[in-house]
Design a protein around this ligand. Structure first.
Ligand code: GLC
Ligand code: GLC
Length: 814
């Protein structure tokens, strides 16, 4: 069952009924000002940090689910009927409801009794504000006298405090109203130098800034007393709950259309210029007024929208592909790339599953996210890498997360996740391959942001590498520490206290439990590091890294092999995890996928066996589960993984983040059919037809899909912010389509389904546009390339020496 359709030409997903199984959302903004918006106009806005600079309120865990948003109401002033064109919050029966989620904008609209209305929401580039363009058309044969209302509920900035500290909050709310603009200035009187504003393009028939005045006592947003009565009350909030609401009267002839623009934004003043006149308590509005005035003009808003479109055209234009599979095309060309930008911008902070108050930026997460967006925003990738590296500890270890506003490591969540540092090497090598910007490695970066500790970024990579080597266990495999990629495999935790954090509790000394997965990651990262050293002219150093890699590979093959697949780990007692000997959790995806991805066991047949076992034991129609059998009870020696009911999250769900490791592994064995088959099983577009089962948005990946042990097998959760975005993008583009960045140039190595006659693609790489055309002549993966008509040796296309900006590549697969 579907709830809408893809409009690929306009790069939109069009939702055609408001009652989607869950709120289906989109993101507004891609620089500093952000908003989440659902298909019924729910969601909230913030500046940079979803916790510390929250502009508007949202109620997670509310009923109905999606509560708090950018709500517009219309009222027929003759019949006195009122409704919301976005369905929520009034939930009237609407005609022609549609929600178009596009690249950085959302348009929601409908018809009700002959009045057609839609609102386009977006954030202009380089501005800290959002625009709502409400367009109302009278389709009746008679005149219509209407009132339009735009409304939001302000958050008192710190979203955590806002939701808990009522004894203070109910007394601190302050607003100003000037020239019809509502300013929210809670705490501006003291240490804040920022405020929010909510403006409207037309002279108002009234406003409200106190929630109770607007809604009326004992009412909710579905039935505001003032909207019902047709008149706002001009309330001025003192304490309680400041809101912004504007009322505009519309008189529409038959067929007439009118537009109203609302602008909601964030503004900072210099500290010495907070008040006007100085010494007063009135906000100095000299900086903000021109900004507001600019965008209240409908033409300026249209212009800003056009620039946003062009921005996305150019970003997505960097890689475009045309294959025989429509789901591949639309995910690669549109939605997966778009999701990669969202995960880069927000890491795991703010979605409908991440409350915006919980998490900073993950060290390993952010490094992996680079794989998906580095081609679209290399300068921002560079900055992100330097920020991440500056939180690295002198030991080479890493804080698990850092706070984006302060760029400091977060001590509360701590460190000791022993895979974390190695991801820095993976992220940096992706950046170098994309850009060829080797100067990055010479940037001086401190450890733990400690002035005086600066060292070239390259040294940080070496410390990441030795961090593992200095922490080897009894089998010569890396000690796992608190956990590895799987945050919930907590082999040193041994927690029996309810509520205790699995992430920060360690009850054992941690000298025994080892991770085969980190062994594989070390091999992978070690190869990358050796390549980097070689190109810095450090041949001997490179050779010594390869030595260490070879030793690790041997340890994995000898002590990390269970007979038919790779083991997952050894626990604190030295017992196997992920072995045929185990009662539950006999086989795991992470070690099998990543060992093969890293090239371990390719020669002696272990890789092929591991993938066959993965297929046999872990693959389901909805994707590949993390392990089997699921843990049926809590195991003290395994930690959080066994805290989840079977089939959910880290306990044997289909964790979509790691499925692409198996796809890439399959391509390393030349299995194009298998790789693309796995790709399709979790591709959200390919799952659109089962939206009633999948339940999350069909245009973006979710972190997990309930596994076969769960009663809701196939149901997705935690959509949008997940490493799944980057890894799937990387797997399909660089390994299945095989358009791969290397230090020397663009490698063309497709491992595609045997049934595909070929594909074409365009890739802008280091300033050159490559037009790629692949044709299948035989069923294999052997490729012969001609570049601008001339055959070349091998399959890496080096940048043109004569400065040509367009290159055509023809590839014949046989
Ligand atoms: C979440 C975390 C990620 C971790 C994964 C598996 O996605 O953000 O860091 O690797 O869970 O536990
Ligand atoms: C929880 C989640 C896991 C996440 C971890 C860290 O354990 O289940 O996915 O990685 O928290 O925040």
């Amino acid at each position: 069952m579907k709830f809408g359709y893809f409009d690929d030409l306009n790069r939109e997903y069009v939702i055609t009924r408001p009652d989607t199984p869950l709120p289906w959302i989109n993101y507004l903004g891609c620089q500093a000002y952000f908003g989440l918006i659902s298909n019924t106009a729910g969601g909230y806005s913030f500046y940079r940090d979803a916790r510390l600079r929250r502009l508007t309120r949202y109620r997670y865990n509310s009923v109905p689910l999606d509560c708090g948003g950018r709500y517009v109401y219309l009222r027929d002033d003759e019949s006195k009927q009122f409704w919301s064109p976005s369905w929520q919050p009034t939930r009237n029966e609407l005609e022609d409801y549609t929600c178009r989620h596009g690249m950085g904008y959302t348009v929601i609209g409908s018809s009700f009794k002959g009045i057609e209305a839609h609102t386009r929401y977006f954030v202009p580039l380089d501005e800290n504000l959002e625009i709502w363009q409400l367009t109302v058309t009278n389709k009746r044969t008679t005149r219509a006298t209407l009132s339009a209302f735009g409304s939001i509920e302000f958050c008192l900035w710190d979203a955590q405090d806002d939701a808990t500290n009522f004894q203070r909050n109910f007394s601190i709310g302050e607003v100003e109203i000037e020239d019809g603009v509502i300013y929210h200035k809670t705490e501006y009187r003291e240490r804040r130098n920022h405020f929010a504003f909510f403006a409207c393009s037309r002279p108002g028939a009234g406003f409200d800034t106190q929630r109770e005045a607007f809604l009326g006592p004992n009412r909710g947003w579905d039935k505001p007393a003032t909207v019902e009565a047709g008149q706002l009350t001009d309330s001025v909030a003192h304490g309680w709950s400041p809101i912004g609401a504007h009322q505009i009267r519309l008189d529409l002839a038959p067929g007439e259309t009118q537009q109203i623009v609302f602008v909601l934004g964030y503004q900072e003043n210099p500290r010495e210029q907070k008040f006007d006149p100085p010494g007063s308590q009135t906000i100095d509005k000299r900086l903000v007024k021109p900004v507001i005035a600019r965008y209240l003009d409908g033409k300026a808003a249209d212009g800003a929208f056009e620039r946003l479109r062009q921005y996305w055209d150019s970003l997505l234009g960097i890689f475009q592909v045309d294959t025989p599979d429509i789901h591949t095309n639309r995910m690669v060309n549109i939605w997966n790339a778009y999701q990669c930008m969202a995960t880069f911008n927000l890491s795991r902070s703010a979605s409908f599953f991440e409350s915006g108050i919980g998490r900073g930026l993950g060290f390993r997460d952010s490094n992996q996210d680079l794989l998906g967006f580095v081609h679209m925003a290399p300068e921002r990738a560079r900055e992100r890498i330097l920020d991440l590296a500056a939180t690295q500890l002198a030991s080479g270890g890493a804080y698990h997360q850092y706070q984006p506003l302060t760029k400091r490591g977060n001590n509360d969540i701590g460190g000791g996740f022993n895979d974390d540092p190695l991801w820095l090497i993976v992220g940096v090598s992706a950046y170098l391959k994309e850009t060829g910007d080797w100067s990055l490695l010479d940037e001086l970066v401190p450890y733990d942001n400690e002035p005086g500790s600066e060292a070239p970024l390259y040294d940080h990579l070496l410390r990441s590498f030795s961090y593992t080597l200095e922490r080897l266990g009894p089998h010569g495999l890396p000690l796992i520490g608190r956990a590895d990629w799987n945050d919930c495999l907590n082999l040193n935790c041994f927690s029996s206290t309810p509520g205790q954090s699995f992430q920060t509790t360690t009850n054992k000394d941690g000298e025994v439990a080892e991770s085969v997965f980190i062994g594989a990651l070390f091999v992978h990262a070690g190869h990358e590091l050796a390549e980097i050293a070689k190109r810095r002219g450090l041949a001997a150093e490179a050779a010594s890294y390869l030595d260490k890699v070879a030793t690790m590979e041997l340890a994995v093959l000898e002590h990390g092999w269970d007979g038919d697949w790779f083991l997952r780990a050894y626990d604190d007692f030295g017992d196997k995890v992920g072995s045929r000997e185990c009662k539950e959790g006999k086989i795991f995806i992470e070690s099998n996928g990543f060992c093969v991805l890293a090239g371990i066991g390719l020669e002696d047949g272990k890789a092929a066996k591991a993938l066959a076992a993965t297929r046999e034991h872990l693959a389901t129609p909805h994707g590949i589960v993390l392990h089997q059998p699921a843990y049926s009870k809590y195991y003290l020696n395994l930690g959080e993984i066994s805290s989840y009911p079977p089939g959910y999250k880290e306990n044997a769900s289909i964790f979509c983040h790691v499925n692409p490791w198996v796809m890439i592994a399959e391509t390393r064995l030349g299995h194009g059919d298998e790789a693309h088959d796995y790709y399709s099983r979790i591709n959200p577009s390919a799952r659109e037809g089962i939206s009633d089962v999948h339940r999350c948005e069909p245009y973006v990946y979710a972190q997990m899909i309930a596994g076969r042990d769960a009663p809701t097998f196939g149901e997705a959760k935690n959509s949008w912010l997940t490493g799944t975005a980057a890894w799937n993008y990387y797997a399909i583009v660089q390994w299945i389509l095989g358009v791969r960045t290397t230090y020397e140039g663009l490698e063309i190595a497709p491992v595609i389904p045997a049934s595909w006659p070929g594909f074409t693609a365009t890739r802008t790489f280091r300033g050159v546009v490559y037009e790629i055309s692949i044709e299948r002549k035989g069923v294999g993966n052997k490729i012969a390339l001609t570049v601008d008509g001339r055959p070349i040796e091998g399959n890496v296309v080096s940048p043109p020496e004569d400065g040509r900006k367009r290159v055509s590549i023809m590839g014949i697969l046989s």
